[in-house]
Design a protein around this ligand. Structure first.
Ligand SMILES: [Zn+2]
Length: 182
């Protein structure tokens, strides 16, 4: 872990990486795509017996680092699978050389949909930090809460509302701009 990250509080770290996710969202906007961005950071796997200790499965070379980035490219790729989160998950898995993203935290500017929430669960991700909520399609608390649902063998820790205003402004600015072009 880098010294700058080590000395930061969770809140400061969350803001730092959400701003990176916002940078990804802006790339989507530049491509004429709905601006949604995502980054995945690796924090190491905790020992199941002693949660204060890191498991020997931890890939120390990636500790405290961004292992995947993504932004919405649905129209560009002509693919329903090209959501920011799926792209970031693919990249993170490639980097860790593992489909399991245990020990990782996702920062995403907009509440994930059912597909992405499903992929986050399948990847066994530790935590998801969300910018703004999506009342009409979100599946991390709005329509459904797939990430924290009882009955599944895995639960994801969720933090909501990090840089909320900035995340929603990126979206509203984009739609305003789209409307003015018509
Ligand atoms: Zn999605």
């Amino acid at each position: 872990m880098t010294n700058t990250t080590k000395n930061m509080s969770t809140e400061e770290t969350d803001i730092k990486y959400m701003k990176e996710a916002i940078r990804q969202a802006k790339k989507a906007a530049e491509a004429g795509e709905v601006p949604i961005g995502c980054v995945i950071v690796y924090n190491g796997i905790r020992d199941k017996g002693d949660r204060k200790k890191f498991s020997d499965k931890t890939k120390t070379e990636f500790m405290g680092k961004v292992i995947g980035r993504g932004y919405n490219r649905r129209n560009t790729d002509k693919s329903t699978l090209s959501h920011a989160e799926i792209t970031a998950i693919k990249k993170a898995s490639k980097k860790l050389d593992d489909w399991r993203l245990e020990g990782a935290t996702m920062y995403v500017t907009l509440e994930p949909c059912q597909m992405c929430a499903g992929a986050i669960m399948q990847a066994r991700m530790d935590r998801v930090v969300i910018g703004c909520m999506n009342p009409k399609a979100g599946c991390a608390g709005s329509i459904l809460n797939i990430l924290e649902m009882d009955g599944f063998n895995h639960k994801v820790e969720v933090t909501r509302g990090v840089c909320e205003d900035e995340c929603s402004r990126v979206l509203t600015d984009f739609f305003k701009e789209m409307r003015s072009r018509k």
